[in-house]
Ligand binder design. Structure first.
Ligand code: MN
Length: 435
């Protein structure tokens, strides 16, 4: 694969202010990714509109010898397994390297390793052994529950236990890869008709964050909530594609299966937890009437600062909108800080029975919806299971996704006194079903 031309860096190229808010990659961010170099995959970090080839940096002696092997690997897993001191050392080395007053000889070598992001092909940066999807937004759980169980929208376990299911790691794809409409078995509810086997008519997205596990845990040994955060490497955007008609027929009694495992998209950049530090905040405050989490899920410091203050949005671009050169249409905005369960609670709960975590595992938050109806992170909620279609600027309507539709997830963190950082984009276009 061809990659971008080497570019000389100066204040202007690296200035994050020139990029849209979801694409802010200042020096305080340095998200990890991977890109194609001929038939190889190299690790990189993003800086401004450029990426720094870590494989090339290691080859030209710019990185500490202890990091050479990890930085010349095709995925981040080896770096992850080296632990927090290695992560900090690499970040510090890159920060120094990209600083304006670096020695001329080093600067020249670093310049040779810079490429434009726009001219590069980004790839999946982590080998993901396991993928678990949670259900951590109480607003999502409540509104979805209202659609199917108006009498009891929120099941009695919700406020006690982080609900989740084991997803499928093999079908996780990177942003940009198209999604083929799944075919499956459906049966309209409350109708005495035979099931059919057809392309889904209710294809949906789910706006989520992916939490990457950087440090493993041993089988049989739960991770205490007090040290759960130490196992987190970073976050990216995740779209848990869902076929609602397949889901509603198959999900009882064992939960989601073929309605979700056909594909999951992730954004190409992994934002390290250290870059997110200024943007951590309190967990969503629980009404006094809500039960206090059991001790294995409760840690005062986590309640105080375990939330992640990421602002998220979902946009839709239909074929007609593309043909008319229209901007993507914003469907919703929400905040990760509105999640009922923190990342540390998800990790503590996942391992509480002795289940082990592996380096590179993804724990996804579940659909991130806010308290307002307009801040719903999927079409199931936004259109009330398709009964209230959305009107688009082209005059088209959408109850669920059509072939040719492109869904774009974006995320960014802002706080006065800190440079804004962007999580980039997670986008994919729907292709017709194979029939
Ligand atoms: Mn989900």
């Amino acid at each position: 694969m061809h990659h971008g031309k080497t570019k000389h860096y100066g204040a202007q190229e690296l200035a994050p202010g020139r990029q849209p808010s979801h694409q802010r990659f200042p020096l305080t961010h340095l998200p990890y990714g991977a890109f194609a170099v001929e038939d190889q995959q190299h690790l990189c970090v993003a800086i401004g509109a450029h990426l720094l080839d870590l494989h090339a940096c290691a080859s030209s002696g710019l990185l500490p010898p202890t990091l050479t092997e990890a930085c010349q690997a095709p995925t981040l897993n080896l770096l992850m397994s080296q632990g927090r001191q290695a992560w900090a050392l690499l970040r510090k080395t890159i920060t120094t390297l990209l600083h304006a007053d670096v020695k001329p000889q080093q600067k020249e070598k670093a310049e040779a390793a810079l490429h434009s992001i726009a001219g590069s092909t980004l790839q999946k940066p982590v080998h993901i052994p396991n993928y678990t999807d949670f259900y951590a937004s109480i607003h999502h759980a409540t509104r979805v529950g209202q659609l199917f169980r108006p009498d009891q929208p929120l099941l009695p376990n919700y406020k006690h236990i982080p609900i989740g299911y084991h997803g499928r790691a093999s079908s996780i794809v990177v942003s940009g890869e198209p999604i083929i409409r799944p075919i499956g078995q459906t049966r309209p509810p409350a109708e005495e008709v035979e099931p059919d086997f057809l392309p889904t008519k209710k294809l949906d997205y789910e706006l989520e964050l992916a939490l990457y596990i950087g440090q493993p845990s041993a089988q049989g040994t739960p991770i205490p909530i007090s040290s759960a955060a130490d196992h987190l490497f970073g976050v990216s955007l995740l779209n848990d594609w869902s076929a609602r008609d397949i889901q509603s027929w198959e999900y009882q009694p064992l939960g989601p299966f073929l309605a979700k495992n056909f594909a999951t998209s992730i954004s190409p950049w992994v934002t390290p937890m250290s870059a997110l530090e200024p943007f951590r905040g309190p967990a969503e405050s629980r009404p006094a009437t809500d039960p206090k989490p059991l001790p294995y899920l409760y840690f005062a410091a986590d309640q105080k600062a375990g939330g992640i203050n990421v602002e998220l949005e979902v946009l839709l671009l239909t074929e007609a909108m593309k043909a008319n050169r229209l901007q993507p249409f914003p469907l919703s905005e929400s905040k990760a800080q509105d999640l009922y369960w923190t990342p540390a609670q998800l990790i503590a709960h996942h391992t509480s029975n002795g289940c082990n975590l592996q380096v590179g595992d993804v724990l996804a938050t579940g659909t991130i919806s806010g308290p307002a109806e307009a801040s719903a992170g999927c079409l199931l909620e936004l259109t009330r299971n398709g009964t209230r279609p959305i009107l688009l600027p082209t005059g088209e309507t959408r109850a669920f996704l059509e072939d040719g539709d492109e869904i774009i997830l974006r995320g960014s963190c802002k706080l006065s006194g800190h440079p804004r950082i962007g999580l980039g984009e997670c986008r994919a276009t729907i292709l017709p079903a194979h029939t």
